[in-house]
Design a protein around this ligand. Structure first.
Ligand code: SME
Length: 167
């Protein structure tokens, strides 16, 4: 299995995502194990886009628990409605945060994180079962382009991991 991603040099963000997504689909198409797929998706996103922290928190009972990620060590557990991740879960919608210091209750796993996007993933019943959390060391890194394509990434991951009959 070839896991190296290729891109057109100097492509803009939309083009980079457009090239990334079909390659990601190929990377995960034959695997359905949650930890394995989430690990490779976080590695691929992190390597291809160069963010500060890229990973997943998994819904476990009434908390989010740290899942596969790339980047520095992070907090293990987040309660529903707390921080950006817990808010994405509680509201079941993507949170785009241009300045984490302006987000009430933001949980600072690293003081280097300046902006953040959190995208929920849904199980077969439409319930949030995980969130994709991405942090940047720069302000206002994420916008509607990131929201659009990262939601597409999450739809792909859901299909392979949470909507299969193997669960
Ligand atoms: N900042 C997140 C916590 C997780 S770390 O960024 C990895 C939040 O406020 O939910």
């Amino acid at each position: 299995m070839e896991t190296g991603f290729t891109f057109t040099p100097n492509a803009d963000k939309s083009s980079r995502y457009s090239e990334f997504i079909p390659q990601l689909a190929l990377l995960i198409e034959d695997e359905h194990e949650e930890v394995s797929v989430l690990a490779n998706v976080s590695a691929a996103l992190h390597e291809c886009f160069g963010w500060f922290w890229t990973g997943f928190y998994l819904v476990r009972g009434d908390q989010l628990v740290l899942g596969p990620f790339q980047g520095s060590t992070a907090c293990y557990r987040i309660r529903k409605g707390r921080g950006v991740c817990g808010t994405a879960w509680a509201e079941a919608r993507t949170q785009v945060v241009p300045d984490v210091e302006q987000f009430p209750g933001h949980i600072a796993c690293s003081s280097l994180s300046r902006s953040e996007i959190v995208v929920p993933l849904y199980d077969k019943d439409g319930q949030v079962c995980a969130v994709l959390d991405i942090d940047s060391e720069h302000l206002a890194t994420f916008d509607e382009v990131d929201r659009h394509y990262l939601e597409e990434v999450c739809r792909l991951v859901e299909k392979n991991v949470y909507h299969t009959s193997q669960l």
